[in-house]
Design a protein around this ligand. Structure first.
Ligand code: PMV
Length: 347
């Protein structure tokens, strides 16, 4: 390989939405505001090198995922880079090699496109700043969030540590549709939130989220759903500020079930929950009623369960997982609120 002229290396975590983004318009803009927690143990690490071109393709890219050339994702990235190449002049001057790896296995209910596009946008901003010798904008983090959004909507929230909002709700002076913002007023109880990802099924997704978003066009309940999500983002911000665990549980679980209800009531209806998903959810309800322990679940666009709980309940919830639901759960990934993306050094 030719000597690299420039390199960039970033780690970006995934995130789990509490208020869900479901439905998009125009250039990857959300139909409603969403709010998520950025994780720490589930991340993508992406190394980028710019070296001399070897062909006259406009954007020359080679993409390796966990050591293997992955042409399906490479095609998606080339499409993305071609669309945004005007912002990154280095793309037409150099050959770009991307080497990516995830800390988590595939199809486990962790949004890999969020961490992958988060990492890609951070690497692009870094390479821009190195090749141009200047900052990309007054607010490079916000710019990275914007480029992440253009790759995969939910990725724009992964650029921030802790809690992040994407999309503008009504009468909201903080949120924006083009990039995510960090929620900084957060009570201690929500700063150290845990997310145990309970894998009940590790088959690849049957319906992509791109197809799911599209089914919100003309969905009979779409307008009401977008309004509800916007209201809930505002309510959740207040809940995060005051430390209201009961309010958090109600919004979190209703959001998970509403997301899946939208799938079940769309024109081409489909079902992503599996029997074990329901068994675990019912056991969570029962356990909470018996013990008053403030744990709750959310779901992404898949069958696996994210079990959320505050730090002071760690032991109780780990016992619950071991003693009451292990027959339905294939594996558990213990994750928690994290510190956001991190620049790595090349060894
Ligand atoms: O960013 P996308 O297009 O993969 O959509 C993500 C949608 C959900 O994960 C279901 C919800 C969300 O807000 O992350």
């Amino acid at each position: 390989m030719h000597n690299p002229h420039f390199t960039a290396y970033w780690r970006c975590p995934s995130n789990i939405a509490i208020v869900k983004y479901w439905g998009k318009k125009d250039e990857q803009l959300p139909c409603n505001a969403s709010l998520s927690l950025t994780l720490s143990a589930s991340y993508t690490e992406l190394k980028a090198t710019l070296s001399e071109k070897t062909s006259n393709e406009e954007v020359e890219l080679v993409y390796y995922f966990e050591g293997q050339r992955l042409e399906s994702f490479e095609a998606r990235i080339i499409k993305y880079l071609n669309k945004h190449k005007a912002h990154f002049s280095f793309l037409s001057k150099y050959r770009l090699v991307l080497e990516s790896k995830n800390s988590f296995p595939h199809s486990t209910g962790i949004a890999s496109s969020a961490s992958a596009f988060g990492a890609l946008s951070l690497v692009l901003v870094d390479l821009y700043e190195q090749t141009e010798g200047k900052k990309i904008s007054d607010n490079p983090t916000q710019t990275a969030s914007e480029f992440a959004r253009l790759g995969s909507g939910s990725a724009c929230r992964s650029i921030y540590s802790g809690w992040a909002q994407w999309g503008k709700a009504e009468n909201d002076t903080l949120g924006s549709d083009t990039h995510a913002v960090q929620i900084t007023e957060v009570h201690e109880v929500f700063q150290n939130m845990h997310d145990a990802i309970l894998v009940v099924d590790d088959e690849p997704k049957k319906v992509s989220s791109t197809a799911g978003h599209a089914l919100m066009n003309g969905h009979p309940y779409a307008e009401q759903r977008f309004k509800q999500a916007n209201e809930r983002v505002m309510q959740l911000r207040e809940i995060l500020r005051t430390g209201d665990l009961q309010g958090f549980i109600e919004i979190t679980e209703s959001e998970a079930l509403t997301l899946h209800a939208m799938m079940m009531t769309s024109k081409d209806y489909y079902l992503l929950m599996r029997p074990n998903t329901i068994a675990v959810i019912e056991e969570i309800f029962k356990f909470r009623e018996q013990t008053n322990i403030p744990l709750c679940f959310t779901l992404d666009a898949g069958p696996n369960i994210h079990l959320l709980y505050p730090d002071n309940q760690k032991q109780n919830v780990e016992n619950f997982i071991r003693e009451r639901i292990s027959t339905w759960v294939k594996s558990t990934i213990f994750d928690r609120a994290g510190f956001g993306p991190m620049q790595l050094t090349l060894s």
